[in-house]
Design a protein around this ligand. Sequence first.
Ligand code: ADP
Ligand code: ZN
Ligand code: ZN
Length: 741
Amino acid sequence: MLAEVIVDIVHENVVHTFTYRVPEGMALQPGQRVSVPFGSLKKEGVVLSLKETCDLPPEKLRDVLCPLEDYPAILPPLISLARYMADRAPCPLAETLRLMLPAEMRGGRVQVKEQPVVRLTGALKPEQLEAQGRSQKRRLLLDLLSDGAEHPVGEMRLLVRDPLPALRQLEEQGLVAFSQREVLRSPGGPVSPLPDPQLTPSQEEALSLLRPAVDKGEGSFLLFGVTGSGKTEVFIRLVRRVLEMGKTALILVPEIALTPQMVSWFRARFGEVAAVLHSRLSAGERFDEWRRLRRGDARVAIGARSAVFAPVENLGLIVVDEEHESTYQSDHHPRYDTREVAEWRCREEGAVLLLSSATPSILSFARTRRGDLRLIEMPSRVMNRPLPEVSVVDMRQELREGNRSIFSIQLQKALQDCVARGEQAMLLMNHRGYSSFVSCRGCGQAIKCPNCDVAMTYHLSGGDGQLHCHYCGYTAPVPTVCPSCESRYIRYFGSGTQKVEEELRKLFPGTGIVRMDVDTTSGKDGHAKLLDEFRSGRARLLVGTQMIAKGHDFPSVTLVGIVAADLTLNLPDYRCRERTFQLLTQAAGRAGRGEKPGQVIIQTYKPEDLTIQAAASQDYRAFFEMEFDRRRAGLYPPFTAVARLLTEANSPEAAAARSGALYNRCLELLETHPAWKRRVPLMAPGKPSVSLLRGRYRHQVLFKILVHPEAEAFAAALADLAREEDSGTTTVFEYNPTSLM
Ligand code: ADP
Ligand code: ZN
Ligand code: ZN
């Protein structure tokens, strides 16, 4: 018997399979991981297939050394998925196969955890108990073991101090036997089960469309439900149906640290049958949760994007919650879009795909128009709670009236009322630090990071402040004189979360205030602690970046203030309006989710902006129509793919030269392929918006490529161009990247 093995080496010369002989008596299946000799090394590999014969002479064949597990670690549909992804990327199969396993499984960095257990070897006779004489310890232990069950030695430590010598004596007498039993490292403690609420009519209606699809095992849906419409309950009921059918389900969330509540809801409703997969688990926990799924002991996985590769058989449903979030796109190599992978799995494995959002991505909503996704709407909040009332404050007017504070009079007043009523408020400020930048009054230059072409942000830490680069982490003291003109007039402009927090402390001394941003949430439970502080009511005011806008359900929040709504509106990215609309609507949606109605105040310097107006009226459809037309006119996705060849080098000249050469190669490609030429409405060389990043100079050729089968061939040719070696420069090809900075 012979095995075709993909060896776990990512190198362009090792892309194909290698044939090994399966020694007599070793049983292998496709998908099983094996240890194989490779040159003079020992390597891990995955068996793709087994066969009887091959063209190689027998003396060239080497033996599989041993299987690494006694089960196939990669299920057949996931092998096909890895193949599909490797073809698309394109990249070696070994690389996409890695996505299908917990990282620590490779190289054996994580092991099954075992603990010693003890049991009686047979029924205990009274004289054997007698024979223990005066040893109280041995009697106690035998008494415990007399139920005939296995007991962990650890458990016996709770009963008597240092039980091991006594147990060894009992072992010598032949009364007890030791063995090893596997222990599962499970994330999170036990949870108390929750009862089911009575479904609302729109939840019933959504389920009446979804259930038949689950029964049939096909269908792709977009659940478009306003914030607080109770989408989670729809997932829970649907998952239950899937489990009743003996199938499995995956629930994907954008970022698990920000959704502890979702995880606890699921665990409270499904108990042991739910597994949690995310990067903040310990290696052991992740491995054990993975194996519980692989064995079918757990049949629902909840996790961030990599959980889309969870090793479940008999898949019935994949839910992608908050589907508009950009975290679903992985920018690490090999790049993938979770929504696409989910769709592939559902199609191939006979499952239902359910995307869900209060602010669907333009791409997904456009697909409901074409019938690729079926639209299900939940237009009102549960219990007919009203959507919050939104007002827009013109900050230019505030300034004219002499208010120089970062809070408008209206917001200050609303905060005071909210605190006085004993309720809670959230303030969104999508910029961390104290001042957004520091610049010179003399020459107008902002102080920039020496490694990146971006202004540095002023942060307070302890008593003194420092400038921080948000791109590379470089920090420096604030200069006392301007580095370009030596003027002494250094001034601080704009504000960040620290400043908002400081102002709040002045206005509300003695009131509990929590700030949540990247700086306050490092560490394993950083998010959980802060969220808990606020949920418990110990803190009344929560200030934070976009991380506070996501999915949280805090019933006593009645006021949401958006301190600077225009912050994301002018980013150099065609998606900046979409992101601003999503951020404002999601943040607004945190208000009034409990019994008391909510109020939202949006502060802006551009009250006439149509995106801000659409967010203020919480009118997704109006925003969609406007943005869709703009995308059509400007030839942006979904009408085109935006792509670029991004080159980095140690000097601006080298970057520009390489980029220029690539541009010429592209011109040639288009001249020789007229079918491609018609489908590339834009191809332009130039500097990206950040032309220096982490000490590397950047240059790019930007493309818009009309969506068409021919376009894929062109994209593949560009990917090939990027892979060509050029000393001193590196080039990557990015296809619809999440960021165009
Ligand atoms: P969404 O994700 O749509 O914004 P959630 O799923 O977070 O909304 O639900 C909003 C709130 O409504 C939650 O507190 C949830 O417990 C509650 N809820 C959901 N469904 C029901 C129901 N049928 N009856 C009562 N409360 C419900
Ligand atoms: Zn200056
Ligand atoms: Zn920097």
